[in-house]
Design a protein around this ligand. Structure first.
Ligand code: HEM
Length: 206
């Protein structure tokens, strides 16, 4: 049950957020598509793990989405030992609620932090890039055990979706809200999928 609850919505909501972010970033969408066209060839989806491992742009889109739209934005922790965080003493046994987004959106950790820029995960010279300030899957002994699977699923889905479909937003971006109910999902996100081949011939929607 834990695997089901922890693994399904988290991955699906992150994909929803990725679609939302990509609607506002045509350049990122085109890079994602270029990579999928190049690596998937005539297949609709990456057919083996070697191909999936090469989907760097799709992975960067997933990482950048989780930086700006973490589906688990609050982590509940216990201090196992007395700890000092900045100028704050945290005694052993203290319950800690940690907000993860402030550190991931701090300009000291990530350059131009409010901008959706997947390229920052691929370009070593992109400016401030402190991955220790980015913990969408938690950290330490209770780090999410499904993180590798989640990233693989997201890379497969994103490359398949953007290789085969044109994804257009229906309505405005301002209609999309963050709904927090333990996990944070997009509410009000509407898109239209149009098959790329049909889109080229302008013959229909799916
Ligand atoms: C984008 C997708 C996902 C995100 C953002 C995510 C995030 C998280 C976070 C933040 C935690 C708590 C870590 C901590 O306490 O430090 C967690 C725990 C967990 N996750 Fe994930 N997760 C994702 C996908 C998955 C998948 C695909 C599975 C399994 C199929 C999974 C299974 C689990 C389990 C079993 C735990 C509890 C681990 C424990 O308590 O020791 N998660 N996840």
């Amino acid at each position: 049950m834990t695997m089901l609850l922890a693994g399904e919505d988290t991955t699906a909501y992150t994909l929803g957020w990725a679609v939302h972010q990509l609607c506002g970033s045509p350049e990122s969408m085109m890079e994602l598509r270029r990579e999928a066209d190049e690596l998937l060839g005539t297949s609709d989806v990456a057919g083996d793990i070697e191909t999936a491992n090469k989907l760097a742009w799709a992975g960067a889109v997933a990482n950048e989405t989780m930086r700006l739209r973490p589906v688990a934005p609050i982590h509940f922790l216990d201090a196992k030992v007395e700890t000092v965080v900045g100028d704050l003493l945290v005694p052993k046994g203290t319950r800690v609620c940690l907000l993860t987004r402030p550190a991931a959106c701090d300009p000291g950790h990530f350059v131009d932090p409010q901008t959706f820029r997947p390229r920052r995960w691929l370009d070593e010279n992109a400016g401030a890039h402190d991955v220790s300030a980015y913990i969408p899957f938690g950290s330490g002994p209770r780090i999410c055990p499904g993180r590798v699977l989640a990233l693989l699923e997201m890379k497969l889905l994103l490359s398949m979706l953007y290789k085969n479909f044109n994804v257009e937003r229906v309505g405005g971006a301002e209609g999309v809200r963050e709904n927090f109910a333990l996990t944070m999902s997009p509410v009000g996100l509407k898109v239209r999928l149009r098959r790329r081949s049909s889109a080229l011939a302008d013959t229909g929607t799916a």
